[in-house]
Design a protein around this ligand. Structure first.
Ligand code: GLU
Length: 378
């Protein structure tokens, strides 16, 4: 591993790490933390900070001890985000660093034009040596389209900017084995995220942040499948960022599952929201995974959801497991008519000569954890 050479680093910090028991910003912590980030930036890294905390900080300012509705937490986020950025701005200024605020919602990763605009903005900020600070735009992000947690958002941002390293800073120092209800030994290196690893994650117990170990591991899965190194470490550990990049054994390190870097496929695979699902039979499943074929209509047995040509859909097997995601060439209504048939019959059914593939291989992202035997690069 050559972490020092991974120039672009995404760091995600959680609410519980940057606020105290009252929900007030822990200024001593942030002072130290921003100095660490500034040091990375000054040593040539391109740093993106994904910072939570807006809801909690806003609640404290508004005197809310428990939010009663989505709109109340959205209002709290709107107040808290300003306070948070104000402090970051002040602290980074002391380190001669300019920051930028970027607020994103899940749709921004799904709509290609928005995705590209966000990416162009971020790349331009890197050129200008600015540290972007990203959070979910809670105000406009309705429950059903939420990232849900900033761990997932950070994983998507890692793909968006093609970062080599993603670091989750939290109040736990990584993933641990379980000994009954107690935490056991820390796992320092995870080669592959297996179902056993997922069971070690347990449930989120915090009242103020949406994530937990499970969302970090899901984020780690996405980002490692996109080719990044991922770490979970205790944000309060001294010089934690520098020590991780110096390859010191702290926290848990998740190993990248691929070196593949194609941004289009990455966008497809990392997209948080899919517009529907195509269910395929065992033959098509095998063809996609093993033989690297495009998805043809003959192997499709079910169409779920409403989507248009050009949308991203999930591909699942007969067991309901998601095996791939792809950009679809036909709408749900059309595929409903085409499923199970040979492409030579398409003109008769559609009235025009469409693409022979439902999803072309070039527009298909196969989830790595599905590829037991196939270890070639995409
Ligand atoms: N966007 C939320 C906030 O700023 C954080 C979500 C999370 O805890 O992951 O408070």
């Amino acid at each position: 591993m050559k972490l020092g050479s991974t120039k672009r680093v995404v760091v995600k910090v959680g609410t519980n790490t940057l606020t105290d028991k009252e929900g007030l910003i822990d200024i001593n912590y942030l002072n130290d933390f921003t100095k660490q980030l500034a040091k990375l930036a000054h040593s040539g890294h391109e740093v993106v900070l994904v910072s939570s905390g807006a809801v909690r900080v806003g609640m404290a300012r508004l005197g809310i001890s428990k939010v009663k509705s989505l709109r109340e937490s959205q209002a709290a986020a709107a107040v808290g985000q300003g306070l948070l950025i104000d402090i970051y701005n002040h602290l980074f200024q002391q380190e001669q660093i300019t920051i930028a605020q970027i607020l994103l919602i899940a749709d921004d990763f799904r709509v290609r034009s928005r995705y590209l605009n966000a990416r162009n903005t971020l790349y331009t900020l890197f050129e200008k040596k600015v540290i972007p600070i990203i959070n979910e735009n809670d105000t406009i992000s309705a429950e059903e389209i939420k990232f849900g947690d900033n761990d997932n958002l950070a994983a998507q941002v890692t793909g968006l900017v093609n970062a080599g390293t993603l670091i989750f800073l939290s109040d736990v120092g990584g993933l641990h084995e379980r000994e009954g209800s107690q935490l056991g030994k820390r796992l320092s290196r995870i080669e592959k995220i297996t179902p056993e690893i997922l069971t070690l994650a347990g449930k989120s117990t915090s009242a103020h942040s949406r994530g937990g170990m499970i969302t970090k591991i899901e984020g780690a899965r996405k980002a490692t499948e996109g080719g990044a190194h991922v770490f979970i470490a205790n944000g309060r550990e001294k010089n934690v960022l520098e020590r991780i990049l110096a390859e010191e054994d702290i926290g848990t390190h998740f190993i990248p599952q691929t070196t593949w870097r194609d941004s289009r496929k990455r966008w497809i695979g990392m997209s948080s929201a899919v517009n529907g699902t195509l269910v395929v039979d065992d033959g098509a499943h095998a063809a996609l995974l093993g033989r690297k074929k495009s998805l043809l209509a003959a192997g499709i047995v079910g169409v779920i959801g409403q989507f248009q040509a050009g949308d991203i859909v999930a591909v699942s097997n007969l067991k309901g497991e998601e095996i791939a995601r792809g950009l679809v060439n036909y709408s749900a209504v059309e595929i409903e008519k085409l499923k199970g048939i040979h492409s030579r019959l398409f003109p008769q059914i559609l009235g025009y000569q469409g693409n022979p593939e439902i999803i072309h291989r070039d527009n298909l992202f196969i989830f790595r954890h599905q590829k037991e035997t196939d270890h070639d690069e995409e």
